[in-house]
Ligand binder design. Structure first.
Ligand SMILES: Cc1cc2nc3c(=O)[nH]c(=O)nc-3n(C[C@H](O)[C@H](O)[C@H](O)COP(=O)(O)OP(=O)(O)OC[C@H]3O[C@@H](n4cnc5c(N)ncnc54)[C@H](O)[C@@H]3O)c2cc1C
Length: 389
């Protein structure tokens, strides 16, 4: 058949450019050297040491998409996905710290910040400042726009009153993107995004949650009591915060997909190493065909999940529609992560059930993938809406 061979064929999705490969390898190497020895202690103490956070800034993974002119990496969204995957393979708590910083906070600042906001905040984010993204409340999770946090104009500033719940990075963050409604009578068209700094009067970081998984990642309540925010700290436009929220989360959930494939890769790696070593009935358990098939199926599911995640990220970077693909990648990869981590626990036998081995933690960590940044039911709702109208 005489087809047009002048065009190069499209690149395989998992084929990395030289730059992507070097970046990914540097994060892999860092995760094994600097994070792995701390994983158990961080999980037990529910804390990430400041020294490790400083090293993450030095590595350049805290400002991946911040333009070079503001001191960041000037890299793509796909680079953020590679970093989150590589870190989550070792510790999904570090994965989500880096994920929220890049795919939610910096992403929103780059996209919605005016020149003044970008100049004031992006250099800090790339250098030493952690960000958090505060949408959810006690009474509004999936129905996020039913929020009750309010903002009113007072003395030439904005005054925020209300509470946010479940805010990742809140313990370490100095900058918070906070969503509040300036005119509840306008419904979601009153929602506005504000940039709140830790030191603003009337703002307090509240109770830290004691969690099942990703325990080292902080999750806290935020309290706003007549919290004063300068007018210049509105992110985007007044009344357009709903767009900031939706569009940022549409992208952010690809990052959660990356966290989940990293987690599954970590669990599979431990399962393969262990089954080659552990002997029963006189041979390595990896020699039993039943075990081989379980591992082969897990690897196949992981590959499918990775293709969904990489495709969604590459679609986003090439400015093509990616809403359905992002929802699909999140639901599928979070389910695969739970299945693969569960298999890893099974293959470790009794040793899989105790904290001396790493797989019980990955099993606990996997559960959150089906909850945050839109539960699985909400992802299915998004996919169905695109398919069926
Ligand atoms: C560890 C952790 C970190 C988090 N980090 C952040 C953060 O940084 N920033 C932030 O803003 N939020 C954060 N969240 C909040 C998270 O996004 C919400 O928990 C999530 O969106 C679900 O909301 P909810 O907990 O209120 O559950 P609900 O919305 O009450 O849902 C409960 C159940 O009902 C189902 N359900 C709800 N509505 C429907 C529907 N229409 N159709 C079918 N089923 C439905 C859900 O799928 C779920 O199974 C975090 C949560 C956790 C646990």
């Amino acid at each position: 058949m005489t087809t047009q061979h002048s065009e190069l064929p499209a690149q395989p999705l998992t084929r990395l450019s030289e730059d992507e490969q070097l970046f990914r390898d540097s994060v892999y190497e860092f995760a094994d050297r600097e994070i792995r020895p701390l994983v158990r202690e961080m999980d037990e103490q529910a804390k990430i040491p400041k020294a490790l956070i400083d090293k993450l800034f030095d590595l350049g993974v805290m400002g991946i998409e911040v333009p070079d002119s503001f001191g960041g990496g000037g890299a793509s969204f796909f680079h953020s996905v590679l970093a989150v995957e590589a870190l989550s393979r070792v510790d999904p708590s570090i994965g989500v710290l880096v994920d929220v910083q890049n795919t939610l906070v910096i992403n929103a600042l780059v996209r919605w910040g005016n020149e003044d906001v970008r100049k004031r905040y992006l250099p800090k984010m790339a250098a030493d400042t952690i960000g958090a993204y505060a949408l959810s409340e006690a009474g509004s999770g999936s129905d996020a726009f039913a929020m009750t946090t309010r903002a009113a104009e007072r003395d030439g500033e904005w005054a925020l009153t209300g509470r946010k719940l479940w805010i990742t990075n809140a313990n370490e963050a100095d900058v918070f993107i906070v969503f509040a409604n300036v005119s509840p009578e306008a419904g979601y068209r009153g929602i506005t995004a504000f940039l709140v700094e830790r030191g603003f009067s009337g703002f307090t970081v509240g109770k830290k949650e004691d969690k099942l998984g990703i325990r080292a990642s902080s999750t806290c309540e935020l309290l706003f009591d007549d919290c004063r925010v300068p007018r210049a700290n509105v992110l985007g436009e007044v009344g357009k915060g709903y767009k900031v929220a939706i569009e940022t989360l549409n992208e952010g959930r690809i990052g959660i997909g990356a966290q989940m494939i990293g987690l599954a890769q970590g669990a599979l790696h431990h399962a393969m190493a262990y089954t080659r070593e552990r002997k029963q009935f006189g041979k390595a358990i990896a020699e039993f065909q039943a075990v081989q098939h379980q591992i082969a199926r897990a690897a196949t599911e992981l590959e499918a999940a990775r293709l969904l995640v990489y495709n969604a990220a590459r679609l986003r970077d090439s400015r093509q529609p990616f809403l359905t693909e992002a929802a699909m990648c999140k639901i599928f990869s979070s389910e695969v992560a739970e299945r693969v981590a569960s298999l890893a626990v099974n293959l470790f036998g009794g040793y899989g059930f105790v904290k001396d081995y790493p797989v019980e933690k990955l099993y606990r960590d996997a559960k959150i993938g089906q909850i945050y940044e839109g539960t699985s039911n909400l992802q299915l709702q998004t996919i169905a809406k695109q398919l069926l109208g």
